[in-house]
Design a protein around this ligand. Structure first.
Ligand code: PDD
Length: 276
């Protein structure tokens, strides 16, 4: 089954999808994106993703109306057409095609690209045993709350972690404050309290993060959204990371340090259930 794409409202196989080399997304990474999963063909938290997309667009002064572009409708059509049971939808909106010039073009039509692929399946052993993170310094731009397609810093940090045999990079500030990973939000559990860094320009406001916090509060789990440092994370009972594609992924080692007893914790396992 070929993966399918939608380019400015037209569906085709991914292999045949084309955009101009003068697209500002290609030349400047002048665009934003979303990743949405649709288990059983039902988009999960679609409204929240579209709201975040709208706020990313506003953040880069790209004035488009998602309703006018029929984004929600095209997402649903693509999910139906692709034929996968569990789907991963990628949406990218760039400022469009214009002769290369840093200044924003006056009149330009945004490029709206989507792909519809099978939702990635993570090796069950990762969930069972947990993953390891490598601590790295935050050298990304200062507006991480915008889901920008300019991901070079994240890519290099992730690669640094991968090359050293780790699953992902734990990004910390110069003074060791925990931010997030290269592509997920971070949570710790300490003395029964679920903690995650607060919303700020240092992190992406993960849709999975928000969903998990809401579900945890419903379960009467105490939650705290305030900054903590790497030392506090290392002394946590449990650590896990969240994203749309991974949901909850346990972390059992950070650098050379085991977290807790080095096994996936009870709270983490309980929170797996928030996605069923
Ligand atoms: N990544 N932080 C960063 C830097 C991310 O790239 C992501 C998501 C998250 C989690 O956000 P959400 O829960 O809304 O998926 C946090 C996506 C999946 C990606 O780039 O592929």
């Amino acid at each position: 089954m070929p993966d399918i794409a939608c380019v400015n409202g037209e569906f085709c196989d991914v292999a045949n999808a084309r955009v101009s080399i003068e697209d500002r997304g290609f030349q400047f990474a002048d665009g934003v994106y979303e990743v949405i999963v649709a288990p059983g063909g039902v988009p999960f938290l679609l409204e929240a993703h579209l709201e975040r997309l709208a706020s990313s667009l506003a953040g880069i002064e790209l004035r488009v109306d998602l309703a006018e572009l029929r984004v929600a409708e095209l997402v649903k059509t693509g999910i139906e057409r692709c034929g996968y049971r569990d789907v991963m939808v990628y949406i990218q909106i760039t400022r469009g095609v214009a002769s290369r010039n840093h200044a924003m073009p006056e009149r330009v039509t945004p490029t709206v690209v989507m792909t519809f692929k099978a939702k990635p399946v993570y090796d069950a052993a990762l969930r069972k045993d947990g993953v390891a993170l490598k601590t790295v310094r935050d050298n990304r731009w200062a507006r991480c709350n915008i889901k920008s397609i300019a991901l070079l810093a994240n890519i290099l940090l992730k690669q640094e972690a991968r090359a050293a045999g780790f699953f992902d990079a734990l990004i910390v500030s110069d003074d060791d404050i925990v931010r997030e990973t290269a592509a997920a939000n971070v949570f710790i559990v300490r003395d029964g309290v679920l903690r995650t860094p607060p919303k700020s320009t240092h992190i992406l406001y993960g849709i999975t993060r928000d969903h998990l916090l809401a579900q945890a509060r419903k379960l009467d789990i105490p939650c705290d959204e305030s900054d903590f440092d790497r030392a506090m994370l290392l002394s946590a009972d449990e650590v896990f990371i969240t994203s749309s594609t991974m949901e909850v992924m346990p972390v059992t080692r950070v650098d050379e340090n085991a977290i807790g007893d080095g096994k996936v914790g009870a709270m983490t396992r309980r929170l797996f259930g928030c996605f069923n």
